[in-house]
Design a protein around this ligand. Structure first.
Ligand code: MG
Length: 410
């Protein structure tokens, strides 16, 4: 085999679960040899596709598939301005596909390329929510019965928003909107902050120490209120508190750290290395949970993980529904080899996704198992993918308001 080069980069948008996924297929000069990557940025999927189809893809053609590090480095600065989420997602799609190709050429799963397994399977956390404490508890019980040991618990949606009657939606009893309030999701940060500790007291009384409990603030509180919430949660022995502060409020982490020993997980919105660097060096967080496609793929994730490990920070890659099964598999291959793996978020999927992506990992007893085929070991059935056209347009859940109608962070 002579030098294998990139022949074509193709972008496939599909939504088997109703959430638009950006799948990148890199075809090579070697007949039948291709790689798959996840470039999902659901909210701006068309923008990512345009970058891939019109700019980065044609630019990549003819480049050797073997030189992943060089490709990443040159592509990341190819537009001079860099580190933005759209470019990072496009870059991630090609980067992951090149690792898939590397594994196929070596006839090894990607985890073998990075030193082999540190563990045989990956521990997962699931999500439980409900409109009452009892309903949340029932969902926790269902996950425990299914074999999971880690559950993230939310009373209502993010920010504690509860279903209301009519519009505006998700209005809690305390939300009194002014006349002509805009449609959208409303929440009351004070009500949320007071209710969350009640939920965890209830859950600990019901389940004792049999479950690891997690909670996601989703960067919804004012910084000082996040500090107060962390203090109030101290008695309930959380596994970690997720995104307690927004990236814009990173300067508050030192106060949060001084006031609470609750383990802190941060970073699903990060796109730039400077966002995590200072947090590691000052020992301000315990888990880094970036979204692989939003930092540019697996190549920067390997560097990030090594950097985190030097400071005692463990990984907890973002694993929601707006990551394709290819992206989830990339998360899992990293989880298998990283000495400083912490925990993996798991959104789950239906048989529709399994038909679109043959070779999906298997989940059993709270652990995810990947197969041992070369590369990612997962494929794309394009005819199946076509059955689920993308749902384009901005989602409703990102439009969130405070009780008086002020726009808030989602
Ligand atoms: Mg989160």
């Amino acid at each position: 085999m002579g030098e294998v080069v990139i022949r074509r980069v193709r972008t496939v948008l599909t939504a088997p679960e109703g959430i638009t996924l950006v799948v990148v297929k890199v075809e090579t000069s070697e007949p039948g040899l291709y790689g798959l990557g996840c470039g999902t940025f659901t909210q701006h999927a068309e923008a990512v596709k345009t970058v891939l189809d019109r700019e980065l893809g044609p630019w990549a053609e003819g480049r050797p598939v073997a030189r992943i590090a060089d490709f990443w480095q040159t592509a990341a600065v190819s537009g001079y301005w860099r580190n933005g989420p759209v470019l990072n997602a496009a870059l991630s799609g090609i980067d992951m596909a090149l690792w898939d190709i590397k594994g196929k050429m070596a006839q090894m799963p990607c985890y073998e390329l990075w030193g082999g397994k540190c563990r045989d399977a990956v521990a997962l956390y699931r999500h439980a929510d409900g409109t009452s404490m009892e309903a949340v508890g029932d969902q926790v019980e269902a996950w425990l019965e299914a074999g999971y040991r880690y559950v993230r618990c939310q009373w209502g949606g993010y920010g504690g928003a509860l279903p209301g009657d009519g519009r505006p939606r998700f209005r809690s009893a305390r939300v009194h909107t002014p006349d002509r309030a805009a449609p959208g999701r409303y929440f009351d940060p004070d009500d949320y902050r007071r209710r969350v500790p009640q939920l965890f007291r209830y859950l600990r009384e019901r389940f004792g120490a049999d479950v690891e409990l997690l909670h996601d603030v989703h960067e919804r509180l004012a910084p000082v209120d996040a500090v107060r919430l962390a203090e109030a949660l101290a008695p309930y022995d959380l596994f970690f508190l997720e995104d307690a502060l927004a990236p814009e409020d990173l300067g508050w982490f030192s106060l949060l750290r001084q006031r609470s020993s609750i383990p802190l997980a941060m970073g699903e919105l990060f796109v730039h290395p400077l966002e995590w660097e200072k947090l590691f060096e000052a020992r301000l967080i315990d888990y880094i949970r970036v979204h692989l496609s939003q930092i540019g793929g697996v190549t920067p994730a390997l560097r990030l993980a090594a950097h985190a490990g030097a400071y005692g920070v463990r990984t907890a890659w973002h694993g929601p529904g707006d990551v394709s099964p290819i992206g989830h598999v990339a998360n899992l291959h990293l989880d298998l080899v990283l000495p400083n793996f912490g925990i993996q978020e798991w959104a789950g999927w239906s048989e529709r996704s399994e038909a679109v992506f043959p070779g999906c990992p298997v989940v059993k007893g709270g652990y995810a198992y990947v197969n041992d085929k070369p590369g990612w070991g997962i494929d794309l059935d394009e005819a199946e993918a076509e059955k689920f056209p993308p749902a384009l347009g901005l989602p409703e859940w990102t439009l969130v308001r405070l009780p008086d109608g002020t726009a808030a962070r989602p």
